[in-house]
Every structure is written in C-alpha cells, then in structure tokens.
Design a protein around this ligand. Structure first.
Ligand SMILES: [Zn+2]
Length: 235
C-alpha cells in the first residue's frame, strides 16, 4: 500500500452525522459523503466551513432547491488545497455564499450555509474530496476536532478520524460545570444527557466553551455553549 502524506482536512460542519457513505453498495456512484443535521445542534441552516487553507476555484450561487436534474449540484464552493487535495461542498443555501473564485481561505473559515439547492430532496451537505484529480473517500482524509460534535451512530458506523496532537491526548479539563440554559451557541435547544460536564476547550474570542461528559473513562464532546449559559460547580 502506498502511503501519501497529505494535509489533514477538517469536517466542514460543527455537527457531524454521515448520512450516506462513499460508494456504498446501495449508491456505488456516490463518490462523496453526505452530512446531515440535527435540531439539537443548530438545525439545517448551519455554517459550512473550509476544510483546510486553500484557494477558491469554483463558486455557483443563485440555484433553487429541489431541482429535478440529477446532474445539478446546486450552489457550491470548490477549494484547491495543498498536496493536490481539492474539496467541494454542494447544495448550499442560495445567496449564502461568502467567497468568490480566487479568494484565499483559511481552514475553518465560514463559506456558506447548508441547504438543499440543486438535485437534493432535503437539506444536507454533499462533500467531495479529490486527490490529484481523482475522487477519494473523504472519510480517509478528513478529521474531526475537539470543538466538533460527532453523532454517536456516525462514530460507530464510519469511525471518522480524530485529529490528534500532543495537547489533545492530554485533554485539558478547565472546569467542572453544569449548564444553566440548555441552548447551544447557535441558540438551539439541546438534549442534556449528564448532570455535570467538563470544559475541554475555551474559546474566549467567541465567548464559548466546548463541554465534554465523562463516559467510560473517555471525555466525549457534548456541545459548544455560550459561557454565560454554564455554571461552575465545586468538585
Ligand atoms: Zn451526496
């Protein structure tokens, strides 16, 4: 097996639920993955982010939803990254695209919002990855980070890669907290599954913190909350 060293892409959404895999038996021509949404994590109007630093090489905007043409990708953004990696996100919300061809973008920069423009029958994000011009499985090149929430079924079924660094293997626990208002940073209500959470990442620039719960000796990311919605508790 040839191993090629390439940059690590980041999932383009805060909440990660893979609803359709890469070239599955039921969809052999689907050379991409579909990412869904959750009412508990911002709904279907959420931000779509650049998976890595790069340059915008294609933008389509102005397309309506649910177009009855299989070839129509709808509104999209395509990015050329380092190491001959190219990514594309499609079915974006009409009028929501914030970048244009030629723009240089940074990993995590907001590109647009999710929707179902083009040939799509429900809001989702179709995410393609090319390596040197050939479609590859996004699952093998894309990583999730501590500030992203992965759907538990997706974790089990697809085993998405986790971005790790030395800092993250020794996860920092800043404080033991309880939520006082069950809404995430985007103002959507959440389901609480534990009494006590731990702050595992502080984001002072946006006034948010990533909370995790201790499950089977592992800290599982639960949600990103506005810090005014959490209360510190003693040990
Ligand atoms: Zn798709």
């Amino acid at each position: 097996m040839m191993v090629i060293k390439v940059i690590k892409l980041r999932y383009p959404l805060d909440y990660i639920a893979i609803t359709s895999g890469y070239r599955t038996p039921s969809r052999p021509n689907h050379a991409a993955i579909d990412l869904g949404w959750s009412r508990n994590y911002g709904g279907n109007d959420v931000h779509v982010y650049a998976p890595a630093n790069g340059r915008i090489i294609a933008v389509v905007d102005g397309k309506e939803n649910n177009l009855n043409n299989k070839a129509d990708a709808g509104n999209l953004v395509k990015i050329q990254h380092k190491d001959k990696l190219t990514t594309r996100v499609i079915h974006l919300k009409k009028g929501s695209i914030l970048v244009k061809v030629g723009d240089v973008v940074e990993k995590g920069q907001v590109l647009a919002r999710m929707n179902n423009s083009g040939y799509s029958f429900g809001a989702h994000l179709h995410y393609d990855v090319w390596l040197d011009g050939t479609k590859v499985s996004p699952i093998h090149y894309t990583y999730f980070d501590d500030d992203q929430i992965v759907n538990p079924e997706t974790l089990k079924t697809y085993k998405p890669l986790k971005y790790t660094s030395d800092d993250e293997t020794n996860l920092k626990l800043y404080d033991k907290v309880v939520p006082i208002k069950l809404v995430n940073w985007q103002g959507r209500s959440l389901i609480q599954y534990d009494e006590v959470y731990y702050i595992t990442k502080l984001e002072p620039e946006r006034n948010t913190a990533v909370l995790s719960a201790l499950r089977n000796n592992n800290y599982k990311v639960w949600a990103r909350l506005d810090i005014s919605n959490i209360k510190k508790v003693s040990n």
